[in-house]
Design a protein around this ligand. Structure first.
Ligand SMILES: CC(C)(COP(=O)(O)OP(=O)(O)OC[C@H]1O[C@@H](n2cnc3c(N)ncnc32)[C@H](O)[C@@H]1OP(=O)(O)O)[C@@H](O)C(=O)NCCC(=O)NCCS
Length: 188
């Protein structure tokens, strides 16, 4: 959980340990090879363990995560047999789905995996017949807002006080209180 056990505010940034900008030398390459060619994506097997550590890195409420997982599909990116990224697709109606959660293993962040997961989600959601994908993030998540807009999402809505009303303890990121959810949408 991100919320402090002693009730004190917790800085999400410290837990995310995702320090951008990366130098261009660090981007997309592992051992001199493009990471993408070694990645395999697909739905998490029914008998496989849910990658909660990753999911909770993007959404600190286990209660909320468990709630939306009941009606969602979980897709993962694997490097060899290791799950290094995840996204959760939640159907809203026959035309619209939401990426409820997206996360990349800390040591692989900043190497293009998040971008690949989004591209995978676009293809998959389109193949399933959805016309629109939405994704929500906090008012403080500047890097995520950058990533989503660069991938073609547009801001469509603000859910005022979402993180105050739905999370038990105050959340902070880079010293900014996470109060509102910015909802972004992309036509497929
Ligand atoms: C957000 C997250 C999924 C992005 O995955 P990633 O693999 O690190 O992102 P990528 O390497 O594919 O980045 C793609 C682009 O977005 C930018 N970007 C991604 N995350 C960023 C951040 N936090 N701050 C600044 N820029 C960021 C990258 O610099 C890159 O830009 P470029 O295309 O101009 O080179 C990942 O950092 C993560 O798991 N964070 C912790 C969990 C989280 O916050 N999830 C989202 C909750 S809304």
């Amino acid at each position: 959980m991100f919320a402090g056990d002693d009730g004190s505010p917790v800085d999400l940034r410290r837990r995310r340990a995702c320090d951008f900008p990366f130098s261009s030398r660090d981007r997309g390459y592992v051992g001199g090879n493009s990471l993408s060619q070694f990645l395999a994506s697909g739905q998490l097997g029914k008998s496989e363990e849910i990658p909660y550590a990753l999911l909770l890195g993007a959404d600190p409420s286990k209660e909320l995560v468990e709630k939306y997982l009941k009606s969602s599909e979980i897709y993962v990116a694997r490097l060899a047999n290791e799950i290094i990224g995840v996204y959760v697709l939640y159907p809203i109606n026959s035309e619209k789905a939401e990426i409820k959660n997206i996360a990349v293993e800390e040591k692989f962040q900043g190497k293009g995996v998040g971008k690949l997961l989004l591209e995978d989600a676009f293809k998959l959601a389109k193949a399933k017949g959805y016309k629109q994908l939405i994704i929500g993030t906090g008012n403080s998540s500047v890097g995520q807002l950058y990533l989503y807009q660069k991938a073609g999402f547009e801001m469509t809505e603000i859910r005022w006080n979402f993180f105050i009303d739905n999370y038990p303890d105050p959340l902070y990121e880079d010293g900014i209180q996470v109060k509102h959810m910015i909802v972004l949408s992309k036509q497929l």
